[in-house]
Design a protein around this ligand. Sequence first.
Ligand SMILES: CC(C)(COP(=O)(O)OP(=O)(O)OC[C@H]1O[C@@H](n2cnc3c(N)ncnc32)[C@H](O)[C@@H]1OP(=O)(O)O)[C@@H](O)C(=O)NCCC(=O)NCCS
Length: 178
Amino acid sequence: MQIIVSDDLYLSPFTDEDIPGLLDCLNRPEIIDNLLTLPFPYTRNNAELFLSHNAELFDKYGLHLNYAIRLMKNHALIGSIGLQLYNEMHRKHRAKVGYYLLPQFQGKGIMTRCLNTFTLWALHTFKPARISATIFIHNIASEKVALKCGYILEATLLKYYKKNGQYIDTKLYTIYNE
Ligand SMILES: CC(C)(COP(=O)(O)OP(=O)(O)OC[C@H]1O[C@@H](n2cnc3c(N)ncnc32)[C@H](O)[C@@H]1OP(=O)(O)O)[C@@H](O)C(=O)NCCC(=O)NCCS
């Protein structure tokens, strides 16, 4: 399944052929320093586990939750956007979104377009009451993207994460299903 973002960009599920691209993206400090839960270095085994996790999610929900961001012209992987669903009383009540882009594609408005499209798709498809992004306090670019896509600042969570021995204050941005 594909989600068309614009004339030059689309989202589609990850495949085995994306393993080199995943290793390229997720071994870059500029990207992983802003993400929480990824191992570093990110190995081929990590990428294979990610692909099998995606397959399990597909079996559970009948749809993919994690998508590669690709260029329309050559299908190259340039980043990723994905959703985590949280079940409460067997209902998909809450969701969390995460995203990243290769450095050479940043600052061109690409993630704003991707998050906009993906958020509308996710709200419509899974009908969660809310989708949140937890954004490290120093990540101004991500905060701007969330704001431009209609997410609002719900809270600033002090010492919310601990990464490499350091506490990181985090902003909670949320969009609600009307
Ligand atoms: C955060 C990220 C996804 C943004 O993607 P992007 O395509 O570059 O974002 P956009 O170009 O759509 O918008 C970025 C906005 O932030 C601004 N910006 C970028 N870097 C900035 C900085 N260091 N300080 C202030 N503003 C900055 C841009 O000018 C732009 O704002 P504008 O539209 O008002 O000019 C990308 O930087 C990235 O992948 N970072 C590493 C991983 C990451 O942080 N993921 C998010 C985790 S919550």
